[in-house]
Design a protein around this ligand. Structure first.
Ligand code: ADP
Length: 473
């Protein structure tokens, strides 16, 4: 069971972070210990050498003051006092021959190095040497030095203290290092787990969501670190996905609902004609009604496709230079007869010229939708006013104002949603897609559409389009 889990565990980020943490900790501890070791050994080595030099100095003075016989005696006595296994003295002539020494029974393996004597004679004040005696535990440090005319002192000292220190150091160092590495791995593991707990929460939530729980969110702590930012971004993405999914579902429901009515009507007409209709005229009426209903369906499907395409991106637009003043004048002229038929007065306050870059067909469609609504939802004797101007930011502002039935404050936030229709406008023809398309077109041009309205007083739709004319005028 555990063995099977191990390979996947080895690939976890927590395991790799722990490994890195413990690895870096081990390397830095080893480097620190090594530096400490080198420093301590060098200090101990220097102290040993200094002791030897000091002793040589004393013998030099003794020779000068008391003569060689006293030096010979003191050497024997000093070696006895320190312990014959600790130190030895040997007096040599210039040709390297020993003429006196302390008890050398323990040091008989140590000879006299010709090279050291030669170096002394060629001018060196002290010559040091370290000797390893195979069957002995401790090394021996030896100093050759001239203490008087033609007299060389060979002074040897066991490096027992030095070796003891190294051994003690190793005894402490190895278990301490092992303990610290284990501690670093444990601490590293906990730290990595703690740091990655947020990522695990995101993973858990993502797993729940893939199981269908779209309303789940990652808990956000108040640390404000990278994991919190990941959780916030992830939650925002989920909000967006949820809105989209709900939107798609609602749109599906709406499409089903809006398709059902015309199809039911087509079926009804066909059924009635089939059961009761006898004359060619009745069949002709059925065909005409069917064509009318089909046109309505096609119009709805085409408008929906257009909204989707426009919302998909600006690339779909065919941008060209145009005069929006002229475009608005033309659309007003087109709707003039409809307004007249309804007894609605139309005012068109448009400047001589107003250049703009945009998709003419799309902007025409957007203006037509706004004007169509304004006339449709304004009773007889009302007024529809269209104006074009530039605001302080030199953006083109097109406004369509009517004195119609208006929109209630509760409906106002929803009128740009697909298939949304206010209750009081149900008596009018329409499918509730005109404003969705208008908004999609305006947004694809980088502009904005806003509405203000009061029930029974009228509505004003204001479209602001960025003035991207080449002259910027
Ligand atoms: P419709 O095909 O129903 O006109 P729209 O998307 O163009 O669909 O408009 C959505 C709803 O907004 C309309 O059903 C209507 O209730 C409301 N509306 C739009 N324009 C106006 C207006 N000028 N005055 C009053 N209500 C309006």
């Amino acid at each position: 069971m555990y063995l099977r889990k191990l390979p996947s565990f080895r690939h976890t980020l927590a395991f790799r972070l722990t490994l890195w943490y413990a690895g870096i900790f081990t390397i830095s501890s080893c480097v620190a210990f090594l530096l400490f070791y080198m420093l301590i050994t060098s200090v101990i080595g220097q102290r040993t050498d200094q002791e030897l030099v000091d002793q040589v100095g004393q013998f030099s003075t003794l020779l000068a003051v008391r003569g060689i016989e006293t030096v010979k005696r003191v050497a024997v006595l000093e070696a006895q006092a320190a312990g014959v296994k600790k130190i030895f003295f040997r007096l040599l002539s210039r040709d390297g021959q020993a003429f006196s020494s302390s008890n050398m029974s323990y040091w008989k393996d140590i000879g006299i190095r010709r090279v050291a004597i030669e170096r002394l004679l060629s001018g060196s004040s002290h010559v040091f040497e370290t000797i390893v005696i195979p069957e002995r535990k401790h090394k021996v440090r030896i100093l050759y030095s001239i203490i008087g005319p033609g007299i060389i002192l060979q002074l040897g000292q066991s490096m027992e203290n030095y070796s003891r220190f190294i051994e003690a150091f190793k005894r402490i160092f190895i278990p301490t290092m092992a303990f610290l590495i284990v501690l670093a791995a444990v601490v590293g593991w906990f730290m990595a787990r703690r740091a990655l707990s947020g990522v695990e929460a995101v993973t858990r939530t993502a797993r729940n969501i893939s199981g269908g729980a779209l309303e789940k969110r990652v808990p956000v702590k108040t640390r404000g670190d990278e994991i919190d930012r990941l959780a916030i971004t992830f939650n925002q993405m989920l909000d967006r996905i949820q809105t989209l999914v709900t939107g798609i579902k609602e749109m599906g429901d709406n499409i089903a609902h809006d398709l059902r009515s015309p199809i039911t009507r087509i079926r009804g007409i066909a059924e009635v004609t089939l059961t009761t209709g006898k004359s060619v005229g009745e069949y002709e009426n059925m065909a005409a009604s069917t064509i009318e209903e089909c046109d309505r369906l096609l119009d709805m499907i085409n408008t929906m496709l257009m909204i989707s395409e426009t919302e998909a991106g600006v690339d779909k637009l065919v941008r060209e230079e145009m005069d929006i003043a002229e475009l608005v004048r033309n659309v007003c002229e087109l709707f003039e007869p409809t307004a007249e038929d309804k007894g609605v007065t139309m005012n068109c306050d448009v400047p001589e010229k107003c250049p703009l870059i945009g998709d003419i067909r799309m902007i025409q469609r957007m203006l037509a939708n706004l004007l169509d609504n304004a006339i449709k939802y304004t009773p007889a004797a009302g007024t529809v006013s269209v104006s074009v101007c530039k605001n302080e930011g030199q953006k083109v502002v097109v406004s369509v104002k009517d004195t119609g039935i208006g929109i209630s404050p509760s409906d106002l936030p929803h009128i740009f949603e697909r298939f949304f229709r206010c209750d009081q406008s149900r008596s009018q023809t329409g499918i509730g897609l005109g404003l969705s398309l208008a908004r999609a077109i305006v947004q694809a041009h980088g502009g904005d559409i806003a509405v203000t309205s009061s029930p029974n007083e009228g509505s004003t739709f204001t479209v602001t389009l960025p003035n991207s004319s080449p002259s910027g005028s």
